[in-house]
Design a protein. Structure first.
Length: 364
């Protein structure tokens, strides 16, 4: 099976510091792509990244209705997709550790302020699942650092390509699907209110990770709000035993279907909301300026991506006839939804995507 479905995240930051006096020597900090086979700085000089697995990345500026979020706290805009991953935060943490002094950011630089203060990403990956690097060049006062990770989540058995027309917001896109019964172990239904309001878990072959998909009736105000609601549902479901007449809502029955649009993007951005932001170190007169910021995020989800080992599940049910009518669930993800990739032992995702339009979907 082609195991090319993964998340690739990479970033660079270039910061420039100078004293408030105009004649001062310049100091710079670069956060660059980590080249595991050589000098990360040389790799940065040659180009921002070795974009092999996904090919050349497309600049985010060409996607008018998709944005990168520095942290999940960003407000979701009307008709726009939103993408968050914590590599910027991981790299910034290396800057903080290198300075070894509290960083102070004024409130008139809200994106840098969020980057500097947000800590909830910690623990989203174990230490051996991501890489960071720091290089200090003493004679030029340069500090260079990097953060990146790759995560492959293949299915043990591929799902099926959906051959019928599939409309997302009235536009035809490619999709894949799975059904209940014998495929039940691939999917857990965490919450089902209707075919237009549900949360499901796609179970990867790697049991320490999970893919969560939420299609709500009401759009959350922010990614953070959506993440918190999904995580709370996951926690509740792990200890929740539904009443007999509600049990069918949490079971992926033989007549049930789950159809998901294929997702693909390979985007890079110079993070203009961070460029020229300024900060100081507590107790020191120097003012630092963000000269350049760069982030690359690539993600693909289709019938081959993500899976779980097959398990036998035995359920006991009461003999009491349920009062609620059991109906086949037709869970077509055909309107705005959220995808989270996370470790099962963490409450923080390492990728969160809100999809509201078809820019990140594969057109049919």
């Amino acid at each position: 099976m082609n195991l090319t479905r993964f998340v690739f995240l990479f970033l660079t930051l270039l910061l420039l510091s100078c004293k408030k006096e105009t004649q001062n020597t310049l100091h710079s900090i670069e956060v660059v792509d980590l080249n595991l086979n050589g000098d990360p700085i040389a790799d940065f000089i040659e180009g921002h990244s070795r974009e092999k697995s996904f090919g050349e990345a497309v600049n985010l500026s060409f996607f008018k209705n998709t944005t990168f979020f520095t942290t999940p706290a960003g407000t979701l805009s009307k008709n726009k997709n939103a993408i968050y991953c914590p590599t910027l935060l991981m790299a910034w943490e290396q800057i903080v550790k290198t300075y070894d002094k509290p960083i102070v950011v004024a409130s008139n630089y809200p994106e840098l302020e969020k980057l500097n203060s947000y800590k909830d990403y910690k623990g989203c990956l174990t230490e051996n699942e991501y890489q960071t690097a720091v290089q200090i060049i003493v004679n030029t006062f340069e500090i260079k650092a990097a953060a990146r990770f790759t995560k492959q989540l293949p299915f043990s058995e591929r799902m099926e390509v959906y051959r019928e027309p599939f409309l997302f917001n009235n536009e035809n896109v490619e999709a894949f699907y799975t059904r209940g019964g014998h495929d039940e172990n691939r999917v857990n239904i965490l919450n089902y209110n209707s075919d237009n309001d549900f949360i499901v878990r796609l179970n990867p072959k790697d049991k320490s990770h999970e893919i969560l998909l939420w299609m709500p009736n009401q759009k959350p105000q922010s990614l953070q709000q959506g993440i918190e609601q999904v995580i709370e549902t996951v926690k509740t479901r792990s200890s929740f035993e539904p009443a007999a007449d509600k049990a069918w809502r949490y079971k992926f029955n033989e007549e049930d279907r789950l159809v998901i649009p294929k997702i693909y993007f390979n985007l890079k951005s110079n993070c203009p909301d961070l460029t020229d932001n300024r900060f100081t170190l507590k107790g020191q007169p120097e003012e630092y300026r963000v000269k350049e910021a760069y982030q690359r995020i690539s993600f693909q989800l289709d019938e081959e991506g993500a899976a779980v080992e097959s398990e036998a599940i035995v359920e006991s049910i009461t003999e009491e006839m349920p009062e609620e009518k059991i109906v086949p669930k037709k869970m077509f993800v055909n309107k705005p939804f959220m995808v989270l990739l996370k470790r099962r032992d963490s409450e923080s995702p390492y990728l969160a995507v809100w999809i509201e339009n078809t820019e990140l979907l594969i057109k049919n």
